[in-house]
Ligand binder design. Sequence first.
Ligand SMILES: *Cc1c(COP(=O)(O)O)cnc(C)c1O
Length: 398
Amino acid sequence: MNESKGAVATPLCGAGGGHAPAREVLLNPGPVNVSTRVQRALLRGDLCHREPEFARLMTSVRRQLEKAFAPSSTHTSVLLTGSGTSAVEAAIMGAVSPGRKLAVVTNGVYGERIAEIARRQGIGVVAIAPDPKTNLARFETAAPPTWTAIPTRDQVVKALEDPEVEAFAAVHHETTTGLLNPIREWGPLARARGKTFVLDSVSGLAGDAIDLEGWGADIVCGTANKCIQGLPGISFVLARPREIERMRARPPRALYFDLPKAWDAQEKGAPAFTMAVQVLFAFEAALEELLEETVAGRIARMARVANLLRDGFKEVGLELLLPAEVRSNTITTLALPARLTYARLHDRLKGKGFVIYAGQGGLEKTVFRVANMGALGEDDFRGFLAALRASLSEGACP
Ligand SMILES: *Cc1c(COP(=O)(O)O)cnc(C)c1O
């Protein structure tokens, strides 16, 4: 046993011995490690959300979001206090009229979640699941083969040609596996058929390239605490103004998640409901950092560290679930070595200061995930690879 450096009191077979290192490197897909500047922004003080200082803060965050992701002013923004799912739920609830349907690509947990959100709202769902025979997985897992596959263009077109379908939804980056969906191809298909395209880019924005205007994404959901490197608690929707007006014409399905109501209030400089004020301070600082780095620069950094990690994974002989063509810049899903359970590998790495992430539904026994989002440097990733090498060679415990 080589738990090392006095960090662990008892060599509990890699269980970490209950001693937590001062700074954990988070390799989960959000919440991510943030910079000191973002952390410090939390301490700007107490502020009433109905004062002009708050209006300035909220407007600054909205304008920076629009500048980062819709630089030619094609989309407006609405902030929500809630995690990323709240933005997705609000967008879906607003995008479909009573009696009409939502077509949704279901090739992972998050696409399936969108379908479930719609069903719970009584919205008819046309699920677009890939053919299991097109499975791209490079090793076997207990997960549905549809989670490691991509629907064909013809499947998408067929669903969009259903006259009852009013909106099309897809996930940009399926966090389930780290799979990047070809939304660049799908957006124009929806546009050509007059369907509103709702995109969950909660784990995609600032991690992988996206052109909202060029790819025809009408309503896009994001969160503060993934590739934008803010803190959890605030999410947002970027929408074409036309889509806000279309939503306004539909009977609202909710009060808190009524996007036109929230947008109107935010345009007037006051939120409809109490917002997570201090989290918004941190979000403002994170967006300043993003714009300083530039979105293209952030994406390039994510790609660079993903490559650094993937080269390291190859060196230690770990298999990657997805082929290179469909991998995102920010998540790598790897086969668990046969003699190690996820829990054991997790605990050994956590004992060394690194938090990895489990697979979901059917993937939890065969894979682990490593995200490279967040305010981390190449040294953190090199340190992780060294810790991983050590954890893999510690051997099986009785
Ligand atoms: C993280 C994530 C969400 C939202 O998850 P929350 O836990 O609600 O923040 C939604 N969609 C995708 C693709 C995600 O990665």
